[in-house]
Design a protein around this ligand. Structure first.
Ligand code: AFP
Length: 282
């Protein structure tokens, strides 16, 4: 499916939600008493963003299922053919320091949990100094400016050939020996840029070329990031922009999650850097 009507509706609804989500940041950086399905403490801003997206995306005629990183289970929201996965506010802990956050959306033509190969579209919104969106279909990736009037100023999002930046998550003492070896080689060639919000860090890679990784750690081999909500949609966007992805051994689009909230190591970026990761860390 290309950017046909139902997928365009999802992108439009996300673009309409973004200013409302951003307007809700003020006063919502604090923690609630609740934790999400993966045990993270939820912020008021996480809940607020999820409420907005559940209403706007879950309310579309084309959508049958809605699943959020903030909720335990998939919700049946209608009879449409599309399923939506949402990380409502990725990097929300950055709000306290007034650093960037994002929203990640996957659109599948299969029930959730679903594989990357079931994606028909994906998009992320970056709440940086400006609000921008990168939306991808099988036809490629497009970058938009987001205003109160929706998405505009579209231009192709294409990963530059010459890599410049890298960002690796996790504490260095928690990295495996193989990943440390990979990181040392990348550090010799590229410049460190790491914000702590995956959307912002991947957006830098898409802008300048390079590699983003959150590897498996010594005491947590699957790493931190969620397969369905973060890894698969962002891999789809990076691959649509001309880049590559891996979990260490195969494209993240070939991963078939068994459960909604499982985690995976993740590497996204230029082909050569992803190939090298597979050679060194697998
Ligand atoms: P929060 O949503 O808790 O702020 O976590 C953000 C995130 O899931 C992802 O956006 C980052 O890439 C990653 O965690 C950062 O984790 P580290 O702080 O361990 O580097």
């Amino acid at each position: 499916m290309s950017d046909a009507v139902p997928v365009a509706d999802v992108f439009d609804a996300l673009a309409a939600a973004a200013p409302e989500i951003r307007a809700g940041f003020a006063g919502r950086a604090g923690e609630t008493d609740d934790r999400n399905a993966t045990g993270d403490r939820q912020l008021h801003a996480d809940i607020h963003a999820d409420d907005i997206l559940r209403a706007r995306l879950g309310g579309l005629d084309a959508v049958g299922q809605y699943a959020s990183e903030e909720a335990e289970d998939v919700s049946d929201v209608g009879s449409g053919p599309l399923s939506i996965s949402v990380d409502p506010l990725d990097g929300s802990s950055n709000l306290s320091a007034n650093n960037p956050t994002g929203t990640i959306v996957g659109v599948y033509d299969a029930p959730l949990p679903a594989a990357g190969r079931d994606l028909v579209a994906a998009a992320y919104v970056l709440y940086g100094p400006l609000t921008t969106m990168v939306a991808a279909t099988d036809d490629g990736a497009t970058r938009y400016a987001i205003t109160s009037d929706g998405r505009r100023d579209d231009e192709p999002a294409v990963l530059p050939d010459d890599p410049t930046v890298y960002g690796f998550g996790g504490r260095v003492p928690d990295w495996t020996a193989a990943f440390t070896d990979y990181a040392r080689r990348v550090e010799d060639e590229l410049k460190l840029r790491y914000s702590g919000a995956m959307v912002a860090d991947v957006n830098q890679v898409l802008t300048y070329g390079g590699v983003f990784a959150y590897p498996g750690l010594r005491d947590r081999p699957t790493g931190k990031l969620r397969t369905q909500f973060e890894a698969i949609p962002m891999a789809y966007i990076v691959e649509a922009a001309g880049g590559a992805s891996t979990d260490g051994t195969r494209s993240l689009l070939d991963v078939e999650p068994d459960t909604l909230h499982e985690r995976t190591p993740i590497y996204l970026g230029n082909d050569a850097l992803i190939d090298r990761a597979e050679r060194i860390v697998s």
